[in-house]
Design a protein around this ligand. Sequence first.
Ligand code: PNS
Length: 174
Amino acid sequence: MSAVIYPGSFDPITRGHIDIICRAANLFDKVIVCVLNNSTKKSSLFSLDNRVNMVKNALADEASGDIFNFDINKIEVASDDGLLIDFAKKNDVNIIIRGLREVTDFTIELQMAQANNTMAPEIETLFMPTNPKLSYLSSSMVKEFASYGKSVSAFVSPSVEEEIIKKYSQNYSK
Ligand code: PNS
């Protein structure tokens, strides 16, 4: 059975992430979405548990919606507070997939893929170009708009927007 890990901090998961998960699920028998911490980013808005729940709920939203077409049964959601390569080894999966939005992503992603491959040569990273319609989208941008009270319903799944509303409830307008 072919399996791939799609790792990220998902703070929070956006429709850009869902697009990659959906396309990966069309290529592999199993996609393990792994929620991790990114030590290069300042502290997360949402806790690890909260991010995992948002990923699960967003996938459930989109599986029954009409934007994406994927088999939710092929997707597992996990989390880890350690290294990605150790998670991959524990789960006996040696392919990682990462989405590339634009050139600045490439520089960082190449470095991460090469570092991981040096530490664990059996683990390969594959890059998937994002859907051009979603290439501007990032979790940081979603948080920025939401923090100023703007609706982010175009960028995230309904259940994720609900969580964001709870965080920024004081000045949020739908
Ligand atoms: O969504 P992000 O923030 O771009 O994802 C980055 C992430 C979480 C995949 C990366 O920071 C990561 O792998 N974190 C786990 C710790 C780790 O393995 N660090 C070494 C990376 S070279």
